[in-house]
Design a protein. Structure first.
Length: 205
């Protein structure tokens, strides 16, 4: 598997080969291998990658000690990539050249948090329709939740109001439209999970 950590910095549009693309811009600079795990010592093969440096003042002693072994600054985001395709050593960087233009990848991120939402926004309910026939403020109500005497409870999985967003989302089949190696930017077609400034992981399918 190939993978790299990035930060969502914005969206724009470009023309390429006569086609118009709406793209999301991902900054993938500063990817450093901070730990290498082997099957004989750790039970599995993996590469730990750190991204986005922060100051020592904002770091605790455990973080300082861990990243000191890799001879790099403390990172804000750390991701473990199992069965990495390339042989990497601690302290080496993962560059934007890991991927190629036209390649189809998956993008993993945390979706925007939308707070506590009702059933119309959260599940696409249509409400009860018109406000006639004695109905009062019921247009966005969830309706019946189940039987009363038996089983005398709401069954698990019932679609109800609740917290929406803020969950891990994996978007598959995202095409890399353009790679700007001089600026360490990857431009992918369409939208990806998360708000501007949030971290994402780009990985091969």
């Amino acid at each position: 598997m190939k993978a790299i950590i990035g930060k969502k910095v914005g969206m724009t549009s470009i023309f390429q080969e006569g086609k118009f693309y709406g793209v999301t811009v991902l900054d993938v600079s500063d990817n450093v291998v901070t730990q290498v795990k082997k099957e004989d010592t750790d039970g599995y093969n993996a590469v730990q990658v750190g991204f986005d440096s922060k100051t020592e003042k904002a770091s605790n002693n455990a973080e300082k000690g861990h990243f000191k072994k890799a001879n790099t600054a403390v990172k804000r985001k750390v991701v473990e990539i199992r069965d990495y395709e390339f042989e990497k050593n601690v302290g080496e960087t993962i560059s934007v050249d890991t991927f190629a233009e036209g390649e189809v990848v998956s993008v993993i991120g945390t979706s925007k948090g939308k707070g506590f939402q009702g059933v119309v926004k959260r599940h696409g309910f249509h409400g009860v329709g018109m406000g006639t026939h004695g109905q009062h403020d019921r247009q966005r109500a969830p309706g019946s939740l189940g039987a009363s005497s038996d089983p005398s409870r709401v069954m698990p999985g019932m679609r109800m109001a609740g917290r929406m967003g803020g969950v891990r989302v994996k978007t598959k089949g995202v095409k890399i439209v353009k790679i700007m190696a001089d600026k360490n930017l990857i431009l992918v077609n369409g939208s990806v999970p998360g708000a501007i400034g949030s971290y994402v992981v780009v990985e091969s399918l």
